[in-house]
Design a protein around this ligand. Structure first.
Ligand SMILES: [Zn+2]
Length: 336
């Protein structure tokens, strides 16, 4: 790029308020060089994480940093009252945090469902029973441009956005259902029918436990967060407390869980030779157990690579909503 082009581009970015002068470097002879820095709060985006019983909301700036977050019980309903309440919830969130609505690029609505290529419709929504749901209906009471997103795909996108030194990634969301997202050579891979990354329905035990998808032995039935939480009266937090206390039953359940998880990760690595990022509700607890999981995965590897292939999520609970918001940020940056 020629110097006049660079100068013009910087002038344009400055006029758009996207960069600003932050002083000068020490002189190495001649005129001091100017320090230009990005203005991350000139625009922002909002993301929603829609689940069966809750809604999470996150606001992020252009750097992907979280400005505010909230999560409340908010049972899903495919009806006008629910859509109106979602609109009011967003307005109250914006007002309470004193955000300038003129800065908001848009709202990403993440649902546990497969989404059409133009991000306007749910094409498979078994979990919320919302197949056929459209973005225009969902966003009827939302005052900003909206897109629908597949929850695990955008959670993976958020984790990929903040991860360093990775270019090939398989993201696994260990939530109440299991999802995934695939990134190769720094690009998202969606597959022929946007079904890539559906590792939750990879069969790891032939004729095993019945899955909600209708098949048997899916990874989801062995490693969804509910598998652990259901053994502690529905509380994942309590399960991990028992595990830390060395409670015998919890330790047994955890060892079986890790066996299944390591098998799925091993299969993934054999296929893609990539980094695996673990997220979702269980992912939040995995830092402490990653070493033993790595050992189990490595023990299955015929090539004995001895390299660290598993990373733990950074966004924690906000990954889905942050990822949905990041889709708007990504579009905005690409359009500059
Ligand atoms: Zn299944």
């Amino acid at each position: 790029m020629s110097l006049p082009t660079v100068t013009q581009n910087l002038k344009d970015l400055s006029e758009m308020g996207l960069i600003t002068n932050a002083g000068t470097f020490e002189s190495t002879g001649g005129r001091k060089a100017q320090v230009l820095t990005c203005v991350n709060d000139v625009k922002m985006a909002i993301g929603l994480d829609i689940t069966r019983n809750h809604i999470g909301i996150v606001a992020i700036d252009l750097a992907g940093d979280i400005l505010a977050t909230q999560r409340i019980r908010f049972p899903f309903g495919s009806n006008d009252e629910y859509y109106r309440n979602v609109g009011s919830f967003i307005d109250a969130f914006v007002e309470r945090n004193r955000f300038d609505s003129a800065k908001i690029i848009g709202v990403g609505i993440a649902v546990p469902a497969l989404i059409s290529e133009d991000e306007s419709m749910v094409v498979y929504g078994a979990i919320l029973q919302n197949t056929g749901e459209t973005c225009s209906r969902f966003s009827r009471y939302i005052a900003y441009p909206c897109i629908l997103c597949h929850d695990s795909e955008v959670a993976g996108f958020a984790e990929f956005w903040v991860a360093n030194d990775v270019k090939n990634v398989f993201y696994i969301s260990l939530g109440n259902s299991i999802g995934g997202a695939v990134f190769f050579d720094n690009m998202k891979y969606l597959g022929d029918t946007r079904c890539s990354g559906e590792i939750g329905h990879m069969i790891i035990v032939p004729e095993g436990k019945k899955c909600y998808c209708g098949q048997k032995g899916c990874f989801d039935t062995y490693c969804a967060a509910t598998v652990l939480a259901d053994t502690a009266k529905g509380s994942l937090e309590d399960f991990f407390l028992l595990l830390e206390q060395g409670e015998k039953k919890a330790v047994e359940i955890w060892n079986v869980y890790l066996d299944h998880l390591s098998l799925a990760i091993h299969n993934t690595i054999m296929l893609f030779d990539c980094t695996v990022i673990l997220g979702g509700y269980v992912g939040m607890y995995m830092e402490k157990y990653n070493e033993v999981l790595q050992e189990k995965v490595e023990a299955q590897n015929p090539f004995k690579m001895n390299r660290s292939v598993i990373k733990i999520c950074q966004y924690k609970t906000e990954a889905i909503a942050a990822g949905a918001a990041l889709r708007h940020i990504e579009r905005f940056i690409k359009a500059i």
